[in-house]
Design a protein around this ligand. Structure first.
Ligand code: HEC
Ligand code: HEC
Length: 304
């Protein structure tokens, strides 16, 4: 018998002995314990024997093997390389792992299985549904009060507790829109509200700076009937064809620009807004009731 085989047999016996000592009676080697433990120990024994067999085979092969096969053309300082076929089993396992990885990534564990984040999201969803049902019917005062409290938490950091925009850091919500914002939009166009007004507003509808000034003043000051220059510029820029004669807006075509309404506030929250003042982030984490409440609150501000 070859020395390597002898060594392998010694190792197997040693490891089996070690396993017996380690698991002892708890492993059920002596008849106690349950069948799961017995199976596990049996598996360990099989693993030890197979490992010893495989290692022995390769160690012996290394002792007796001589190099053979076809050399590749390249060599580095006389050191060459054999052209080896890709082992079939290896290739199958390689491709199999790619397929398995895709399945795992797209449909397997991370998406479908239990996770703490998933459980948290489920709980938040359940709570939101309960919350929506509880507040489905509210009188205006309650709705406004809820809007104000959400506003203080979510919006006041930028818009200020008084919703005055904190010296121009964000929009002053007591007015529908600032003069400089109207000017900016008329010159540059806008396409912030893609979910409600997919077409956006084209730029440069008015070229004459005096007309741009006039229309900005007219819109920002709330469509004053006695502002003839503003009215004329509004018509010259064809603003009325989309926004309506007095800025009341048109569904899916252009927003209301003569005052706030809950739907327009919801649009701003859904898509966010970049304009002359800065960037307002979208708020996708608000519930429908909270959005409605904010709409009522912001609308009530501009009516004062
Ligand atoms: C082709 C239709 C169209 C015309 C004409 C048009 N608008 Fe608009 N306007 C829109 C749309 C759509 C939006 C929403 C843009 C967005 O998604 O950001 C908008 C947005 C605005 C806003 C900003 C609303 C907000 O809260 O951000 C103002 C102010 C405005 N328009 C004024 C004007 C004026 C003044 C004119 C005329 C010079 C005019 N618009 C002409 C379609 C139009
Ligand atoms: C990170 C700062 C920030 C936060 C937080 C924020 N906003 Fe804004 N918001 C802005 C800025 C900046 C503008 C002006 C964008 C522009 O240049 O027209 C704005 C504009 C607006 C407008 C006017 C958009 C228009 O069409 O004229 C409304 C309405 C609004 N915000 C409501 C809210 C509400 C409600 C909240 C809370 C849920 C909120 N904002 C939170 C920064 C913020």
């Amino acid at each position: 018998m070859n020395k390597t085989v002898l060594a392998a047999i010694v190792v197997v016996i040693a490891m089996l002995g070690f396993t017996y000592v380690a698991v002892g009676s708890a492993g059920g080697m002596g008849g106690e314990g349950d069948w799961v433990n017995k199976l596990a120990v049996l598996g360990a024994v099989v693993l030890v024997i197979v490992t010893a067999f495989v290692v022995t085979k390769y160690v012996r092969q290394m002792q007796s093997d001589t190099a053979g096969g076809q050399l590749a053309d390249e060599n580095w300082d006389g050191i060459g390389e054999y052209k080896n076929e890709l082992p079939f089993g290896w290739a199958v396992i390689f491709l199999g792992s790619i397929v398995w990885a895709m399945w795992y990534f797209l449909a397997g564990y991370p998406v479908n299985a239990y996770s703490q984040i998933g459980e948290y999201n489920d709980e938040v969803k359940a709570h939101d549904t309960k919350f929506e049902a509880q507040f489905a019917k509210m009188d205006d005062a309650t709705l406004n009060a809820m809007g104000e409290s959400v506003f203080i938490v979510q919006c006041a950091p930028c818009h200020g507790l008084q919703a005055d925009g904190m010296d121009g850091k964000a929009a002053n919500l007591h007015e529908r829109i600032a003069e400089k914002s109207v000017k900016h939009i008329v010159m540059n166009g806008a396409n912030n509200f893609k979910t409600d007004y997919a077409g956006g507003m084209p730029p440069m509808l008015l070229q004459d700076p005096a007309q741009v000034d006039a229309v900005a003043k007219y819109v920002a000051s709330g469509f004053k009937a006695d502002d003839a220059a503003g009215k004329a510029a509004y018509a010259a820029g064809t603003c009325n064809t989309c926004h309506g004669e007095n800025g009341e807006g048109m569904p899916s075509v252009a927003p209301k620009i003569n005052g706030w309404e809950a739907g327009m506030v919801a649009t701003v929250l859904k898509d966010g807004k970049k304009g002359a003042i800065g960037a307002m982030p979208a708020f996708t984490n608000l519930t429908a009731v909270q959005t409605k409440a904010l709409g009522a609150y912001v609308s009530s501000l501009s009516k004062k």
